[in-house]
Design a binder for this molecule. Structure first.
Ligand code: ZN
Ligand code: ZN
Length: 279
């Protein structure tokens, strides 16, 4: 049932995308492109199917770990609040790892590979997250004593919240900016400018970035330039899903020895981008 949370919210998401597209159209700004948004929607559907399969495949493992739980945490308001907080903390590390380890970036790059940023960009996800090991990041929650189906639900709710931060139509939100991930903070996250790249990994709470030194404020003098280093020019969902996996395995195959092959797979992704530019 929990997996259907995002599908249930789909009419709201689609309605807001329609509104935002109209908003920018009326202002004559090319924030949307039909082919980009259709590609994002296809990626969302592919991701949803893979996500449901991944939960079906790993839920047994979550229950196995849950048997050895440290605490019995009730599903009361404070129990749920702790789960939301704990999952958001782990989301920060999941997200940071998916930017800094190429094996994980191979999945996450899909979310970043558009040079546009609008609400439909939130749909732009990869079906390969289960291979990158996304589920591993939530496993400690089961060990702590959170009921696995509640974990599934909170992971979905966190992703659902993030739909709303993918927009250029909202400016700054006052005090909210201090605590929560906002459109402004997430615009920075999607920018490839030197000043902005690999910053603001937050899901719901921006406080994690402030605590762990990855926060940067949107600067009105430095407009966000969206996309990735080594931009890919394709709208094909299959290409967008697998291009970095392909490049990574090619680089690992060509690497000089076992150690440098491992670095290609599990080192920071920019090594590869640099090598590509030189090569
Ligand atoms: Zn990211
Ligand atoms: Zn995003």
């Amino acid at each position: 049932m929990e997996q259907w949370i995002l599908l249930a919210a789909a009419p709201l998401f689609l309605g807001l995308i329609g509104w935002e597209a109209w908003y920018w159209h009326r202002r004559g700004r090319a924030i949307y492109s039909a082919v980009d948004s259709i590609s994002n929607a296809a990626l969302a559907l592919m991701h949803q199917v893979a996500d449901a399969l991944a939960w079906a495949a790993t839920l047994g493992l979550f229950y196995a770990v849950y048997q050895f739980r440290l605490f019995d945490i009730p599903a009361t308001w404070w129990g749920i609040a702790l789960l939301v907080l704990g999952q958001d903390f782990l989301y920060y590390w999941f997200h940071r790892a998916h930017h800094r380890i190429r094996w994980m970036w191979a999945s996450h790059v899909t979310h970043h590979s558009s040079e546009r940023l609008n609400l439909s960009t939130a749909f732009r996800q990869s079906l390969t997250y289960p291979i990158s090991g996304m589920w591993l990041f939530w496993l400690p929650l089961a060990w702590l004593g959170f009921e696995p189906t509640h974990i599934v639900a909170v992971v979905a709710i966190n992703l659902g919240f993030q739909f709303f931060v993918h927009t250029q139509a909202i400016g700054r939100l006052g005090w909210v900016e201090k605590i929560f991930n906002t459109p402004s903070h997430h615009r920075v996250h999607h920018a490839r400018n030197d000043k902005y790249i690999d910053r603001n990994y937050a899901g719901v709470l921006i406080v994690w970035d402030k605590l762990f030194g990855t926060f940067v404020e949107e600067d009105p003098d430095v407009p966000c330039e969206y996309g990735i280093i080594g931009q890919i020019h394709s709208h094909n969902p299959v290409t967008l899903t697998f291009h970095e996996w392909q490049a990574m395995f090619r680089d690992a195959w060509r690497a000089d020895g076992f150690r440098s092959a491992l670095k290609q797979l599990f080192g920071p992704p920019e090594r590869a981008a640099k090598a590509q530019r030189i090569g």
